[in-house]
Write a protein that binds this ligand. Structure first.
Ligand SMILES: Nc1ncnc2c1ncn2[C@@H]1O[C@H](COP(=O)(O)OP(=O)(O)OP(=O)(O)O)[C@@H](O)[C@H]1O
Ligand SMILES: [Mg+2]
Length: 246
């Protein structure tokens, strides 16, 4: 198989700047990243280094100023809005840094929303109890987001990301607001998805312990890839610490 076909996500030369009044902020200065099918990649880097911007571009939520993104070997440049929406809906699952739950929908309605849009609501309704049980939100499904703790909101967002069985899960700080036990459960769930269900996961995290659950860590700095390390074997933790300290 060609490299492009084995890649779940392939980004080449991504550039993105934001205009803030007179000021141009370069969030990404040319980032290339290939993530194989069934690979779990963590992205680390200081605040403002472009991690969320990268995840948004990989998730086709925004388009780059330059560079390209392929999902499952398929180029995304030039796709219509409808085609992009379908690709996002059917192939990608998102867990955003700020959850982005719909405030006046219950947890259940939030989780089921992507399934409803995809026309597989009945199937998702059948699957929801097991998923909610696994994520520890089974007794909170009738609550609105503001009636949930930060950690519970996080898990509702995770359930929503997983309800359509995405090929690629993009997670921005999925453990950022969780206590270590709940955070560990979320990581175990993502790891299980990769190992047993064939998911591909790209996860932004500040937490070295979380990053070590991935197969590979990519470091960003000032909108550029500043290095990477495999997590297997000796020394990965030390390489993370060296990067964070440098
Ligand atoms: N919509 C926007 N308008 C203007 N500037 C933005 C916008 N979004 C991001 N930026 C800027 O782009 C840069 C990269 O932001 P990004 O959110 O990707 O960083 P990050 O690595 O995710 O940071 P954090 O760890 O704090 O979440 C930052 O300097 C940020 O201020
Ligand atoms: Mg961010």
């Amino acid at each position: 198989m060609s490299e492009a076909r084995r890649a779940a996500v392939r980004a080449v030369g991504l550039e993105k700047s934001y205009q803030l009044g007179e000021q141009t902020i370069r969030a990404l200065g040319g980032v290339s990243l290939t993530v194989g099918q069934g690979e779990f990649v963590a992205v680390m880097g200081p605040s403002g280094s472009g991690k969320s911007t990268l995840l948004h571009l990989l998730g086709l939520l925004d388009s780059p100023d330059a560079g390209s993104v392929e999902i499952g070997g398929r180029a995304t440049a030039g796709l219509s809005d409808d085609e992009l929406t379908a690709l996002r809906r059917d192939e990608l699952g998102f867990i955003f840094q700020n959850f982005e739950l719909v405030p006046n929908l219950s947890a259940r309605e939030n989780v089921l929303l992507p399934a409803e849009v995809s026309g597989r609501l009945a199937e998702a309704e059948r699957e929801l109890p097991a998923l909610a049980e696994q994520l520890g939100i089974a007794d909170r499904l009738d609550h609105r987001p503001r009636q949930l703790s930060g950690g519970q909101r996080q898990r509702v967002a995770l359930a929503r990301a997983l309800i359509n069985h995405p090929v690629v899960v993009l997670a921005d700080e999925p453990t950022g607001n969780l206590d270590s036990r709940t955070g560990g459960e979320v990581l175990a769930l993502l790891r299980h998805g990769v190992d047993a269900l064939g998911w591909t996961v790209i996860m932004v995290t500040h937490d070295a312990a979380a990053a070590l659950v991935a197969d590979r860590i990519v470091f960003l700095r000032d909108g550029l890839v500043a290095g990477e390390t495999a997590t297997a074997g000796e020394g990965a933790r030390q390489r993370i610490e060296e990067f964070l300290a440098s």
